[in-house]
Write a protein that binds this ligand. Structure first.
Ligand SMILES: [Zn+2]
Length: 347
């Protein structure tokens, strides 16, 4: 397996300004999501392996606890993310998720596609090509395609790609931004298992999606049973340095786990998943937003009681050294996200 570390932060910075400048608004939005999360049933078994969770919590942040599974090492939030919770988050017209990722113009859409999603596609292409696979001959399906960035990026790289997505407004946006034929189609959350089981795509991609699927084990099982699916590419949140940052900055919006992510993979639970489902890891790309989170948390917290020049000095430090600091975290296996390409042994 090949492992790649790091990704320059500068390219991402403009898109994250929202988190820097609008902490109050984000916190308010997050508080509503958190309140709903805390009304969900208590999680008793591990999200990934169903083993009963330990009594003692591992880390607490934003008012709820996380438990580390003794069997597989997965990090589990205190409550379940139910279908009802997810519908409120992602599907209903009043769901706020599309607000967060809203784009107002084709130019912005293309810019985000190029900076954030094309590198992911290039990583898939390079990793598959290294194993001698003809990437142009494969069919790609992006599951949880959102506003279509990943599909747009794959088509830019001349891959035969389409997507499925549960939010109708986001599907409409995707199909406006991406030239015909229809790029993304609407599906219901209850369709995901069937899609994983029967879709005739060679490669399934899940960008920030697996962690939101209530019946995750059933979906993973379905993928292993689908003879068409040869590869899966996914990014998921990880047990990370950011968990510590969020635990000590409760007044700052929690991008990583605080609001929306209710469980996270660890190096151990990833291994467990590969082994248990017959996924052979081909390539990993480890880069996180941990230093960005630290930078933002410090800046938001300093705002109240610091001279502007002092803030400037701290900001300059992060701007100049952020990538180097993050690379240390990535190489230590503590990045807030991981991207993985696996081969489906069942295919
Ligand atoms: Zn477990």
């Amino acid at each position: 397996m090949t492992v790649k570390y790091g990704k320059p932060m500068a390219g991402v910075m403009p898109f994250k300004e929202l988190f820097f400048n609008e902490n109050e608004k984000m916190l308010k939005w997050g508080a509503a999501a958190l309140a709903l999360y805390k009304q969900q049933p208590k999680r008793t078994g591990c999200k990934l392996c169903s083993t009963p969770l330990p009594k003692e919590f591992y880390v607490k942040s934003h008012g709820f606890a996380f438990y580390l599974c003794g069997e597989c090492g997965h990090l589990n939030g205190e409550f379940e993310e139910t279908d009802a919770y997810n519908r409120n988050f992602f599907v209903l017209p009043e769901s706020k998720i599309s607000d967060m990722y809203h784009v107002e113009s084709q130019i912005k859409f293309d810019e985000r596609t190029d900076k954030i999603y094309v590198p992911k596609v290039q990583f898939i292409i390079d990793s598959l090509a290294e194993t001698g696979v003809n990437v142009a001959a494969l069919q790609y399906l992006d599951v949880g395609a959102g506003s279509g960035y990943m599909v747009a990026a794959m088509r830019k790289k001349r891959l035969a790609a389409s997507g499925v997505e549960v939010s109708a407004p986001q599907v409409a946006l995707a199909n406006t931004m991406i030239p015909a034929p229809q790029a993304v189609r609407v599906c219901d959350p209850s369709d995901i298992v069937q899609i994983a089981l029967t879709e005739e795509a060679d490669v399934l991609t899940f960008i920030g999606v697996l962690e939101h699927i209530p019946n995750l084990q059933a979906v993973l099982q379905a993928i292993t049973q689908n003879k068409s699916v040869k590869y899966m590419f996914f990014s998921v949140p990880c047990l990370a340095f950011s968990n510590a940052i969020e635990a000590v900055f409760p007044q700052v919006f929690g991008r990583h786990m605080g609001h929306g992510h209710t469980h996270a993979f660890s190096n151990r639970s990833l291994e467990w998943m590969y082994k248990n489902y017959g996924f052979e890891p081909i390539a990993e790309w480890r880069f996180g937003g941990d230093i960005m989170d630290l930078y933002r948390s410090i800046m938001v917290s300093l705002k109240e009681n610091t001279d502007e020049n002092f803030m400037r000095m701290i900001a300059d430090f992060f701007q100049e050294n952020g990538d180097a600091l993050q690379l240390i975290i990535d190489k230590a296996g503590l990045s807030s996200e991981i991207h993985v390409l696996v081969k489906n042994a069942g295919a």
